[in-house]
Design a binder for this molecule. Structure first.
Ligand SMILES: CC(C)(COP(=O)(O)OP(=O)(O)OC[C@H]1O[C@@H](n2cnc3c(N)ncnc32)[C@H](O)[C@@H]1OP(=O)(O)O)[C@@H](O)C(=O)NCCC(=O)NCCS
Length: 177
């Protein structure tokens, strides 16, 4: 279906991790959306998932009626130091065959709601400067460019520029710490 509404968005379960991994690894091998060179293993991705569950950080999937995962999104800790506890970094990945149908937007929206509910102050998106789809997607959700790093990435024999976008959220009344 062209509008992407053939898919439901729901929190990911452990059983979704192989599909999340496959979508990510395709991007590793074929795009500069991620600067990983080597596909991740299922063991690594399961550990990533368990860490998110333990820390109460959201992972969402887009699934069709047959339960096939077409995309995923997540919030991760931006930095381990406690002073960064109210900041998260987001990820959104849609399987190649399903891009451009609005799924990226439907996967990003609940991340922002989850961040707000959790009392976070900021979400950071780290995006390759050539990734037009991701830049437009994030701009639509109020992410603003706060940094531009020239040539800090290298993949497929090319130097790559990286854009940092930030989405501020309503501050919680009195954050602990
Ligand atoms: C980036 C990505 C998540 C966007 O998801 P999507 O489902 O294709 O995006 P949507 O259909 O919701 O469209 C989002 C915006 O991107 C635009 N867009 C989509 N595909 C595009 C393309 N190939 N080139 C330029 N813009 C594009 C849409 O027009 C839309 O812009 P608008 O809001 O101004 O109308 C998806 O392309 C993807 O998974 N890419 C590979 C992984 C990746 O780059 N992840 C992000 C890492 S920072």
């Amino acid at each position: 279906m062209p509008d992407g509404h053939a898919h439901a968005i729901r929190p990911a379960t452990r059983d979704d991790v192989p599909a999340i991994l496959a979508i990510y690894n395709h991007a590793v091998l074929h795009t500069t959306a991620t600067y990983d060179y080597e596909p991740r293993t299922l063991e690594q991705r399961l550990a990533w998932y368990e860490e998110h569950v333990r820390d109460g950080l959201p992972v969402f999937v887009a699934v069709d009626a047959a339960g096939i995962v077409a995309g995923w999104s997540s919030l991760s800790r931006y930095h381990a130091k406690p002073g960064y506890q109210f900041t998260a970094e987001n990820s959104v990945y849609v399987a190649e065959a399903h891009r451009g149908q609005g799924l990226g937007a439907r996967l990003l929206a609940p991340l922002i709601e989850a961040a707000q509910r959790r009392g976070l102050r900021a979400i950071i998106a780290v995006i390759d400067s050539g990734n037009e789809a991701s830049l437009r997607l994030h701009a639509r959700f109020g992410f603003e460019q706060v940094g531009y790093f020239r040539q800090i990435g290298y993949k497929f024999g090319r130097w790559l520029d990286v854009v940092y976008l930030e989405r501020l959220l309503e501050p919680s009344a009195s954050p602990a710490g």
